[in-house]
Design a binder for this molecule. Structure first.
Ligand code: CTP
Ligand code: GDP
Length: 226
């Protein structure tokens, strides 16, 4: 019987959650669930939660906990047969508690990256909004500058990746993330990685997951909320 694994990855904007999640998904065969992608899909599909979420995102605000959990938890229920890594959720303690009542996590990865590094990375971050693909003009540039490798469509830079906006985002991140980090620490599943380079952090995450993934004993552990 296959052993299922559940993890979340946390960290400030630009800490490498998306980049590292992709590596984990490829190396360990987990599904990478990006809450940002779920939000964008719901907005595109004009679901009730999507329409509500859009009004906050347009203003550069976080989507309220109730809307986020309503949007996300049903998606997790569809994933009961898979091992997954959730990126971008939970962002608040209320979201962590909602997730906790829906399923048991094995690992919470916490990325701790210096502010100067975050600023520098986000200055060079370009994204392909329809797919959520992320590039960096230094670290992983697209084949053609300003163009998505897969679709040939244009890449954009997000307004809130500007250094001036970033300081406020980071302050906000720290305030809301601290109780979430403490929550996972108290559960004994928090693993913090600190460095300026993803390539330095990656071997340590890979080693951790190699020890954890084969030891998972139980089967589908996401409780159905029906
Ligand atoms: N738990 C979450 C996840 C996402 N969002 C909203 O969805 C948007 C897109 O999420 P994401 O792709 O994770 O993007 P960023 O906030 O740009 O995150 P990061 O810079 O950390 O990659 C966020 O800006 C936020 O408004 C949210 O409110 N709460
Ligand atoms: N220079 C550099 N850029 C990186 C590194 N790791 C990730 N990036 C880039 O930094 C930006 C932020 O990474 P991303 O995975 O989007 O972080 P997230 O906001 O936490 O999801 C992207 O443009 C990445 O390509 C690294 O080790 N060095």
């Amino acid at each position: 019987m296959s052993k299922l694994f559940r993890a979340v990855i946390m960290g400030p904007p630009g800490s490498g959650k998306g980049t590292i999640s992709e590596r984990i998904a490829q190396s360990f065969g987990l599904k990478h669930l990006s809450s940002g992608d779920f939000v964008r899909e719901n907005i595109a599909a004009k679901t009730e939660a999507g329409v509500q979420a859009k009004t906050y995102i347009k203003k550069g605000l976080l989507v309220p906990d109730l809307v986020m959990t309503r949007l996300l938890l049903p998606r997790l229920e569809e994933m009961t047969k898979y091992s997954w890594l959730l990126d971008g959720f939970p962002r608040t303690l209320a979201q962590a508690e909602a997730l906790n009542s829906a399923c048991d996590l094995d690992v919470a990865i916490n990325l701790n990256i210096p502010l100067e590094t975050l600023k520098e990375r986000l200055r060079h971050r370009w994204i392909h909004p329809p797919s959520g693909r992320v590039y960096n003009m230094c670290f992983n540039p697209p084949r053609i500058q300003g163009i998505d490798d897969i679709t040939g469509e244009p890449l954009i830079q997000q307004e809130d990746d500007r250094p001036e906006a970033l300081v406020a985002r980071l302050r906000h991140y720290k305030d809301v993330a601290k109780p979430v980090i403490d929550f996972y620490k108290a559960k004994g599943i928090l693993y913090t990685f600190s460095d300026t380079e993803t390539d330095q952090i990656w071997p340590n995450i890979s080693t951790l997951l190699s020890t954890k993934i084969p030891t998972i004993q139980s089967d589908a552990r996401c409780a159905s909320t029906h």
